[in-house]
Design a protein around this ligand. Structure first.
Ligand SMILES: CC(C)(COP(=O)(O)OP(=O)(O)OC[C@H]1O[C@@H](n2cnc3c(N)ncnc32)[C@H](O)[C@@H]1OP(=O)(O)O)[C@@H](O)C(=O)NCCC(=O)NCCS
Length: 161
């Protein structure tokens, strides 16, 4: 691992990012289209990757996307995203999405996913992430530990394709 300065998870994490569900966000069942949630998650993860690395980053991989419950019209999607771990030239960003009914205040965890981002140079080639990561909380330390096995699985899948 390169010798580099470290940043805390909290320096780049984004919590409580809200997205109002509109009628054109719905699938034929009348619940939120999964692609909308994934795309919004990608944008928020990209912001986190940029805030952490201070570099221009691209999405290399999205995995473990779990749709746990539907979001519905009239609710607000609430995104929380943070860097779980940094390797040489890649970072895992975890995104957790809730759907909140603003009338009742009910909030449900609807989606979780992991986005791998890679900083690139002007030739669009990968470069090392400028900052390492310091997980501060128990949750951040757990995510940091668990991220390594997910990376190994991703790299193994990459080899196979
Ligand atoms: C992402 C991209 C730059 C990687 O290029 P590459 O030639 O495969 O580069 P490398 O093999 O050197 O890999 C670079 C880093 O990405 C990681 N990586 C690449 N593919 C990966 C995958 N499927 N899963 C996890 N990590 C991956 C590598 O492990 C490496 O990180 P490390 O140094 O921390 O180990 C290239 O594939 C690309 O440009 N993809 C298109 C990106 C894009 O358009 N995204 C959507 C819009 S933002």
């Amino acid at each position: 691992m390169p010798d580099r300065p470290v940043k805390k998870v909290s320096e780049s994490s984004l919590d409580n990012q809200q997205y109002m569900i509109f009628p054109d966000d719905l699938n034929p069942n009348g619940t939120v289209f999964g692609g909308t949630v994934m795309a919004e998650g990608d944008k928020i993860a990209a912001l986190v990757a940029r805030r952490h690395s201070e570099q221009n980053c691209v999405t290399a991989c999205v995995d473990s996307c779990r749709f746990l419950a539907p979001g519905r019209q009239g609710e607000v999607l609430v995104f929380n995203a943070s860097v779980n771990r940094v390797w040489n030239s890649s970072m895992e960003i975890g995104v957790k999405v809730f759907s909140e009914n603003y009338k009742t205040g009910e909030k449900r965890h609807i989606v979780s996913a992991y986005y791998t981002f890679v900083p690139i140079n002007e030739q669009e080639r990968p470069v090392p992430v400028k900052y390492g990561l310091q997980p501060e909380t128990e949750d951040a330390k757990r995510r940091y530990r668990q991220a390594e096995s997910r990376r190994q699985r991703r790299l193994a899948e990459r080899e196979q394709n």
